[in-house]
Design a protein around this ligand. Structure first.
Ligand SMILES: NC(=O)c1ccc[n+]([C@@H]2O[C@H](COP(=O)([O-])OP(=O)(O)OC[C@H]3O[C@@H](n4cnc5c(N)ncnc54)[C@H](OP(=O)(O)O)[C@@H]3O)[C@@H](O)[C@H]2O)c1
Length: 284
């Protein structure tokens, strides 16, 4: 592999370019809609220049790291050549979106770094140990696998057609955790705790829960009122949330309903407790 390029110098493009460069891979070109973004991403990467999109498209291995909705249009606007590798970094978008490159003889695939990229500096430290969702023909697959391993990532092969569900899982456990955290902060600010104080109190619970789930799995780690069959506590939560907003109470009901199923599988509650919880959750 003589040259690697990135098209799209945003959070993922700039972070992966830096990570690959640091692990000794030949990142030679970065292009973006605005040259200034490409120049910023290339700064400090010795041997790497900010170039036009078409120049970047000439590399041996091209990563298209533009927003999902633009991948197809960007790929269609460029000239590709036989034998080169063209890869996007989306989790949910199918590889077929790169069909223009495939028609020109390029070998197309996907390399999805399964991590949050809202703070690139932080993400650089999180890549090792994270998974990379990989898809492509065998020859490309083994190259992408090797790249993942170079970054300390765990390669995971994605069967064709699986990307929407795969990415859904990543959103549920990634960014949707932020939605839950935000709901918890809102509940606390309602009785006068500011966001900083709330995060200080709540984040250790979130971390502890995740660490326990890593050991015991989500069902095995179950704790809290539903796991104990404390239906009166659940009723108290719901009454308090209903005073705040119907939406927050609805969200709690949905999550509690799903957790009741986990408690059933966990097998520690008696049928009478499960029935009482169900009645409270459903408001009967
Ligand atoms: N964010 C995450 O947590 C994450 C995680 C894994 C995978 N991904 C995937 O990575 C890809 C990029 O996501 P991102 O979060 O890095 O997006 P982003 O931060 O919005 O960056 C996208 C970059 O693409 C450039 N761009 C937009 N339209 C373009 C075009 N028509 N031609 C050339 N460049 C264009 C923009 O550059 P300018 O600055 O030049 O305008 C922008 O900086 C997506 O497929 C996403 O699904 C994201």
């Amino acid at each position: 592999m003589q040259s690697i390029s990135f098209i799209g110098a945003g959070r993922v493009g700039a972070t992966l370019a830096t990570a690959f460069h640091r692990s000794g891979l030949p990142v030679s070109m970065i292009a973006s809609r605005n040259l200034a973004s490409a120049q910023k991403a290339a700064t400090g990467l010795v041997g790497c220049s900010a170039v036009t999109l078409q120049q970047a498209a000439a590399a041996d291995l091209v990563f298209i790291t533009v927003p999902d909705d633009d991948i197809g249009a960007v790929a269609s606007s460029l000239i590709w050549r036989k034998g080169q590798y063209v890869v996007h970094c989306s989790g949910a978008t199918e590889i077929a979106v790169l069909e223009t490159a495939a028609r020109a003889g390029a070998i197309t695939g996907g390399f999805h770094p399964l991590q949050i990229f809202s703070d690139p500096q932080n993400t650089l430290g999180l890549l090792a140990g994270s998974t990379a969702g990989i898809e492509g023909a065998p020859e490309l697959e083994s190259i992408l696998r090797e790249l993942a391993v170079r970054l300390g990532m765990i390669p995971m092969l994605l069967p064709p057609g699986s990307r929407a569900l795969y990415h859904c899982g990543s959103v549920l456990t990634g960014t949707f955790l932020l939605s839950l955290l935000n709901e918890a902060v809102r509940a606390w600010t309602a009785f006068g705790i500011d966001e900083q104080q709330a995060l200080r109190g709540l984040l250790p619970v979130a971390r502890g829960t995740l660490e326990t789930a890593a050991i015991k799995g989500p069902v095995g780690a179950l704790s809290g009122p539903i796991s104990r069959g404390d239906s009166k506590v659940v009723a108290r939560h719901l009454r308090a949330l209903e005073q705040l907003s119907a939406e927050q109470a609805d969200l709690y009901r949905q999550l509690a309903g799903r957790q009741l199923e986990m408690a059933r599988i966990n097998g520690k509650l008696q049928e009478i407790q499960l029935t009482a919880l169900k009645a409270v959750i459903e408001g009967n």
